[in-house]
Design a protein. Structure first.
Length: 223
């Protein structure tokens, strides 16, 4: 399956928007403690305060930041402290392609006026990788299925009046992508935007991500 230039740009824009919101949320948590260096607990705080930031959750199984909820310990610099008397076997990450965004993550951190301990940078890498993989998978599904699949609809009917069928979805909601045009071999910008609605909760973050992706691809063919 081919991927258009606009689709690639849209996917990068959506991922960047999501990561920026995560970094900003973690930055606010760190600022409350007078820090500019982000620690793993700042990531957990940011997600706890805003459920929209809970993306790329398949990464959580491979991250010590989230395993810490089961008793892992960290030192003052956010480095994992191995339990006494128990060794941990070294094994490659179970998420293929994770950690490929480190340079971009560090650049984003600098642009937001913060730094992060290594385990935090690794988490942001992993979340970005898993999120982008999910975005690509869902965009391909949209192409194969000819649009976003609708799982049922609810219709309000007044007794004694004819059933006119389900009301149309509002514009710019999930229903805006219930059908698609174009060939079935190329992922386009609109397919990526449709996938973003599936990956992100409805709310401010999803709206911002869609808006910024459209702006980023404004001068690129959407095909």
């Amino acid at each position: 399956m081919h991927v258009s230039r606009a689709a690639a740009q849209a996917a990068a824009s959506v991922t960047r928007t999501v990561l920026t919101e995560i970094v900003d949320g973690a930055g606010r948590a760190a600022a409350e403690e007078g820090r500019k260096k982000l620690l793993p607990r700042d990531l957990l705080t940011a997600i706890g305060r805003n459920v929209e930031l809970e993306v790329g959750d398949k990464w959580y199984d491979h991250s010590p930041t989230f395993r810490r909820l089961n008793g892992d310990l960290y030192d003052a610099h956010g480095v994992l402290v191995p339990p006494v008397g128990r060794s941990r076997s070294r094994r490659p990450s179970a998420v293929v392609g994770a950690h490929r965004f480190e340079a971009g993550v560090r650049k984003l951190l600098r642009s937001r006026g913060v730094t992060a301990v290594p385990v935090m940078v690794r988490d942001l890498d992993g979340i970005a990788s898993v999120f982008l993989t999910g975005l690509a998978r869902d965009a391909a599904t949209v192409v194969r299925e000819g649009g976003v699949t609708r799982f049922g609809a609810v219709t309000l009917v007044t007794p004694g009046e004819p059933d006119t069928g389900p009301a149309p979805f509002p514009r710019d909601s999930l229903g805006a992508w219930s059908t698609r045009s174009g060939d079935g071999r190329t992922v386009g910008r609109e397919d990526v935007l449709a996938a973003a609605t599936m990956q992100l909760f409805g709310g401010a973050l999803r709206k911002q991500a869609l808006t910024e992706a459209r702006e980023a691809t404004r001068h690129t063919s959407a095909g």
